[in-house]
Design a protein around this ligand. Sequence first.
Ligand code: 4AD
Ligand code: MG
Length: 460
Amino acid sequence: MTPTIKELLNTPHGREVVVKGWVRTKRGNKNVAFIALNDGSTINNIQIVADPSAFDEEILKKITTGACIRVTGDLVESQGSGQAVEVQAKEIEIYGEADPEKYPLQKKGHTMEYLRTIAHLRPRTNTFGAVLRIRNAMAFAIHKYFNEHGFVYLNTPLITESDCEGAGEMFQVTTLDLENLPRTESGAIDYSEDFFGKQTSLTVSGQLEGELGAMALGKIYTFGPTFRAENSNTPRHLAEFWMIEPEMAFYDVQDNMDLAEDFIKTLVRYALENCADDLAFLNKMIDPELISRLEGVVKTDFVRLTYTEGMKILMESGEKFEFPVYWGVDLQSEHERYLVEKYFKKPVILTDYPKDIKAFYMKQNEDGKTVRGMDVLFPKIGEIIGGSERESDYGKLMTRINELGMSTTNLEWYLDTRRYGSCPHSGFGLGFERLLLFVTGMANIRDVIPFPRTPKNAEF
Ligand code: 4AD
Ligand code: MG
C-alpha cells in the first residue's frame, strides 16, 4: 500500500517513496518545476521537485491543475520554506489528464454557489476537503461517544407509515403507476395495491422506533438519514439530512439536558483535538472567529431557561424582529440567535415550550399548557438539538393524541410501550449538518454535506 501524503509528511526523510495524488498547482522555470500534490488525506500538499531536463516534455505538459499523477522519488529535507520535506522526482506517470481549457476547478476564488453546481468535483478543493474530513471525524466521534457511554446503536427504518413529528412533511414512497392509479369503490387511491399494501413515506425521525429500543435495551442511539419535504429554502434546512437520536430509559428532562450538553461539548473538543489542520485552514479562509467560538463552547456552561422566561426577554428586548414575539408563538431563528448571541452570549437550552407548538409525544407539565421539551440553541445556528422527556402515561398520551385528532391505527405498536412496562424516558435529535455548520464555520448547510438535497435540487 502506498502511504498517504499525510503519512509521508510525518515520516523521516532520506528514502525513496511513491506518491499518488491530484495536482493542485505547478510552477517553476526552465531549470526546475514545483508541483503541489494532494491526495485528500490532509489539507497539506506535498511538494514535488522535478528537473525538467530529466523528463519527457510531453509528460511535463500534462502535469496541470487537476491531473492525477504517480511520482517515484526521494523524500528529502526541503530546501525551500513552507514544508519540512519534499520529493525529488525520479519518475512521473500520468494517471489522468485534466485539460486546462476545460477543468472547472482552476486555482482558486470560486464562489460557494458555483461550487455547488460542480458538487462532483468540489471535494477536491481545500475547503471541501477540510469539511468532508471533519464530517468524517465527527461521525466517528459520535459513535465513539455512545460506545463509551453504554449506548446501543439501533438502526430504525427509513420507510415508515408513521409521521413522528406530525408536521405532515413526508416524502411518499410508492410503486403505484402515477399515470393510472388504482381506485377503491369510493374513488380513493387504493393503497392495498401499493408495494407495502399501505401508504408509506420516508422517515422524518427514528424516534418512535428508538423509544421501543430504549424500553428494551436501556440506552440506544440512531444515526441515519432523515427526510423532510418542508419547503424551507434557508441556509439551515435540507430535505435530506442526517440525524443522531439518542433515547434513554429512566432519564428525565434534566438528565437529557446534561447528556446533550456533555455530548456536544465532547464532539467539539474532539474536533479541536483531532482536526487541527483543517480547522486552522477554515479559521483562516472562512471564519476568523471559528476556533475561538469552538473553544468558548467547550468551556462555558450552557444557560438553561424556560420558554416563558426566554419569551419575556425577547418581548422586553426592544429589538425589531421580522417575526412577532408573544407567548405561544414558535421561535424563529432570529429569536433564538438573539438569546444566544446578543443576550447571553453562550449556548442556551430552552425548556417547557407551549404544548401546541410541539409534537404529541412530549411529557405534559402540571400547568396543562406546557410540555417538557428542550431545544439546544447555538451561536450562528439557532436550534441545533430538539428533544424532550416523553409522555410515559398511557392515559395522558391518548388524551393528547385525541386532542390533535391523530389516528392511532398506525400507532398501536408505539402505544404498547405505554401499555406494557412503561417508564420515564427521554431523548433528543441532533442535526448532523447543523453540528457541522457550527464546527466548520461554513455559512450554508448545503456546503457541509457532499450532495445536498433541497427544494428543486436533487442533482448528482
Ligand atoms: O426538532 P426536530 O424536528 O426533532 C425531532 O425530529 C425529534 N424526533 C428528535 C428527538 O427527540 N429524537 O429535529 C431534531 C434536529 C433539529 O434540532 C435540527 O438540528 C435537525 O434535527 N433538523 C434539520 N437539519 C437540517 N435540515 C432540516 N430540515 C432539519 N430539520 C431538523
Ligand atoms: Mg425542533
